[in-house]
Design a protein around this ligand. Structure first.
Ligand code: 0A1
Ligand code: ZN
Length: 880
């Protein structure tokens, strides 16, 4: 583990490298405990670089065996080597060949960065700074090199030898060993290097690109699991076609390989021509995967593939520009999924994710701009802000420019910067040039942290036939940015008439309004719409056109009308969500005062009407009927949060809705009972989703446990099975039915680690103080492993992030487990530990008792003698 140096990296300190590495030849002699790496680097001086600068290469935990220049082994006084750095004091002034030999132990690499072994498969993870754990290098994204890689390994242990680019040569060696050589003609930064060696099965297919290049496709999985990779293969081919059709981007090598590994810190990695995946995002069939798993696989396969152009062909100049590839690629995968599925449903799901992950980040101590200006540990910046808000910023560019100019801007970006390492400024400039618009004010979205607030009050004057909107923007202060500048906020809207259609106006003043979008650029706009024949309902931030917190003075009647009649489905969902949230916040206050909560009949009836509206797609009805989560309610509540009161309020509303609609919900549940073969398509998934949402309500009624147990017994796919198990465990955790279902599940799927993750997850998210003991007991379960990131996230990650009443139990024991866990994992896997450590980022919003206990846990971690940079950075920023 690298210990913290306290060093802070700053955007303004960027300097181009004095040295370049046009070619990199790597040889790996692979051994489980002893791997030898020879790197032959062609080194050239950058034009204009001073002649007397030493060559300083990055390393991390390296053992240097030998270093030579142009074939001559260097004497000890010609260089300095430490595990973290190699300096050649006086390199030749002309281009030269530097050869470096290092040795490493892949089996001992528990950080899962650099070269490591996962279930006897050698694999690599180099983003962001893992390549320096393989050899000394200029390990920065603006140093692009053409790689040739030779691997030698035991032929029985590793019959498969893969690297980036195209295969060149392979053959047998003495002593049961063999070799393969791969060459990648596209210059790339070191973070995109990859190697995989092992004994794996494959699903193979091929793809012919628009210009007729035939590409051999393969997805490699653990032996015997090929059948589980067919959905991923299908998603890959659809992604390749879509990128040609929608962005004009073709694939550029003869092969495209994907490897699924079972120990991986993140979702997947876009290494050129050789994507490495967390097996969770490859393996699926109806027996083992839920509809959500299928949707995630489709999205992540697409995401990594799309990186081939947005990230690989055009990469980042430095790590401050991470959103250049991530925000843009998330935007692209969102659009892909929207085209493959229901656009409205996908948009609602995106906004739910954004609000659940990015909003709390942006509103707490870890807030940072989409393009940060400083970091201590770059691994901690693979955040919801960089990814999800980064995608929202690209979406806003499209909203402002319109589809044609947006596409022209993207085309210009690809044409102008192909093969380069660039910045956000370069990216934005392409859109300015393609559209002729000035995006200077808009660009602040990249540079300013925090979720902006947009407050709207409005009135309608029937005599003057005028609707007047007073709109004000403000951005709350965030760490190290106390004063905020005004943003350009594109607010899509509609003035909805009594029949649900949008009303027209004869003139408007007070802001630029075009194509259904009000462009907010000042602190306050008074926007006057003239010639409005009837009193409208106000539909705002349609399609979530801007990632802001919106507060509108709106009566429940107007919201209820919008929930039924707005032509924008997102706003229908939003209107109903606002009604639910308001009711839940009021109820939690009443309950906290020891009184009983009651709900407006009309809200309960509205829920019933939407559930039963067959003109709406089932997936939408399911999302609309899903009550805001406890964390969502907490976020809207603001400060002084009492998770128990929020939980009680949510339960009370759920049963009130169920009681009011018992018959119709039971009918919907029955009517949607599954028949025929399983299909993972969006429409079928939507029907399952609505049926399972109905079950969740029905389970609150008398006899609910039997209903859920029948559903469990009848389930013939994992979506229904997992839904029933979670309803039983969460709503009837003490029933014999729940115990029985949990035991059956564990027995049926014994040995299938990915499926058992769902079992861990469901138990870890069971509400109530008693879950803590269950979670601690489960850490001793034979299927659990404290070294596998998926297991840790399923059990402890779920408990810390998705269990408001369990983790935040009033006695603070949840926080003590949190501190113990972070400290236990940190020495083995700092990245994983740091991610878990973000689980207390909203501690300041808790009520005073819990707040003090949460703080104590954070202080315990920060007081530990040896902490990784990763964890120290998170914990110190969280404490503030
Ligand atoms: N670039 C990847 C994310 C990623 C980042 C760091 C990693 O290191 C463990 C792994 C993956 C993506 O956006 O998919
Ligand atoms: Zn990515």
């Amino acid at each position: 583990m690298r210990t913290d140096t306290g060093q802070v990296f700053r955007l303004e300190d960027y300097r181009p490298s004095d040295y370049l590495i046009p070619r990199t030849d790597l040889t790996f002699l692979l051994g489980a405990h002893d791997t030898r790496v020879t790197a032959k680097l062609s080194i050239a001086r950058r034009d204009g670089a001073p002649l007397d600068t030493p060559l300083v290469l990055d390393g991390d935990d390296l053992v240097l065996e030998r270093v030579s220049i142009d074939g001559r082994v260097l004497a000890a006084d010609e260089y300095t080597a430490t595990p973290g750095r190699l300096e050649i004091h006086r390199p030749p002034t002309q281009a030269f060949a530097l050869s470096i030999e290092t040795t490493l132990d892949p089996s001992a690499n528990t950080e899962l960065m650099g070269l490591y072994r996962s279930s006897a498969v050698y694999c690599t993870q180099c983003e962001a700074e893992g390549f320096r754990r393989i050899t000394y290098f200029l390990d920065r994204p603006d140093v692009l090199s053409v790689y040739t890689v030779r691997m030698e390994a035991d032929a029985a242990e590793a019959p498969l030898l893969l690297s980036n680019g195209n295969p060149v040569e392979a053959g047998i060696l003495e002593g049961g060993r063999h070799f393969a050589v791969w060459h990648d003609p596209h210059p790339k930064p070191s973070y995109l290097f990859a190697l995989v060696a092992g004994d794996l099965d494959a699903v193979r297919d091929s793809f012919v690109t628009a210009s007729g290049r035939e590409v051999a496709l393969a997805i490699f999985v653990e032996r015997g699991k090929q059948a589980l990779a067919t959905y991923a293969m299908d998603a890959l081919k659809r992604s390749m076609r879509w990128d040609e059709e929608v962005f004009g981007r073709e694939y550029d090598l003869d092969v495209f390989n994907i490897v699924a590994v079972s120990d991986f810190n993140m979702g997947a990695m876009e290494n050129k021509g050789l994507n490495v995946f967390n097996d969770k995002y490859v393996l699926a069939d109806d027996r083992t995967a839920t509809d959500a798993d299928f949707a995630n696989i489709e999205a992540i396969i697409a995401h990594e593939y799309f990186h081939n152009w947005t990230g690989n062909r055009i990469t980042c100049r430095d790590w401050f520009q991470l959103c250049l590839k991530e925000g843009l690629t998330v935007y692209r995968d969102h659009e892909f999924s929207a085209d493959m599925r229901s656009r409205a449903v996908k948009r609602i799901a995106e906004v739910r994710t954004l609000k659940a992950h990015q909003f709390p980040e942006d509103q707490g101590p870890l807030a940072h701009p989409v393009r940060p200006r400083r970091y201590r540990e770059i691994n901690n910046f693979y955040t919801a802000t960089v990814y999800e808000k980064g995608s929202e910023v690209v979406r806003m560019i499209r909203t402002i420019l319109g589809p044609a100019a947006f596409r022209a801007g993207m085309d210009l970006y690809f044409a102008r910067h192909d093969g380069e390492a660039v910045t956000i400024e370069d990216f934005v400039k392409c859109f300015e040039e393609a559209s002729g618009r000035d995006l200077a004010q808009f660009s602040l979205w990249y540079h300013q942290a925090g979720t902006p607030n947009v407050a709207v009050s409005w009135s309608y004057d029937a005599a003057r036939r005028e609707a007047v909107l007073e709109i004000e923007q403000s951005s709350p202060p965030t760490p190290s940015e106390s004063r905020k500048r005004l943003l350009h906020i594109p607010l899509a809207f509609g003035l909805v008439g009594p029949d649900g259609g949008d009303l027209k106006w004869s003139s408007v003043e007070g802001a630029t309004v075009e194509n259904g979008v009000i462009h907010l650029k000042k602190r306050r706009h008074v926007v006057r719409f003239r010639g409005i024949a009837e009193r409208p309902a106000l539909s705002l931030n349609r399609g979530f056109s801007a990632p802001v917190t919106l507060s509108v003075e709106q009566k429940p009647g107007e919201l209820a009308f919008l929930a039924r009649h707005d032509s924008d489905l997102f706003c229908r969902w939003q209107a109903l969500g606002t009604l639910f949230t308001d009711a839940l916040i009021a109820a939690s206050r009443v309950l906290r005062d020891g009184r009983e909560a009651g709900f407006d009949e009309s809200l309960l009836a509205l829920a019933g009407a939407i559930a039963g509206d067959e003109s709406l797609e089932p997936a939408f009805r399911s999302l609309a009927l899903t009550l805001p989560g406890e964390a969502d309610i907490a976020r809207e509540t603001g400060n002084n949060i009492d998770p128990d009161a929020i939980y009680a309020a949510r339960e009370a509303l759920a049963s009130a809705i169920a009681v009011a609609n018992a018959k119709s919900f039971a009918a919907i549940h029955a009517a949607l009972a599954h028949a025929g073969p399983f299909s993972p398509d969006a429409a079928s998934a939507g029907r399952r989703s609505l049926r399972n949402t109905m079950l969740d309500y029905l389970a609150t009624l008398p006899g609910g446990v039997e209903t859920a147990f029948d559903h469990w017994n009848a389930a013939d796919n994992m979506t229904d099975r997992a839904a029933a198990l979670s309803v039983l465990t969460h709503r009837h955790g003490r029933s014999p039915h729940a115990a029985r279902a949990l035991a059956d599940f564990a027995e049926t799927f014994a040995g299938d680690a990915l499926v058992l993750d769902k079992w861990f997850q469901i138990q870890a998210s069971a509400p109530g103080a008693q879950t803590l003991d269950a979670v601690e007991r489960l850490t001793a379960h034979p299927a659990y492993s404290a070294t596998n990131p998926n297991r840790v996230r399923a059990l402890l990650g779920t408990f810390f992030n998705a269990n408001q009443t369990g983790f935040h139990r009033a006695d603070g024991k949840g926080y003590q487990l949190f501190a113990r866990t972070v400290l236990d994992i940190d020495p083995r896997n700092p990245q994983l530990a740091a991610r878990l450590a973000t689980g207390l980022r909203s501690w300041r919003s808790l009520e005073p008792g819990r707040q003090a206990k949460a703080r104590a846990a954070l202080v315990t971690i920060s007081a530990a003698r040896s902490l990784s940079t990763d964890v120290r950075d998170i914990v110190e920023r969280t404490l503030g």
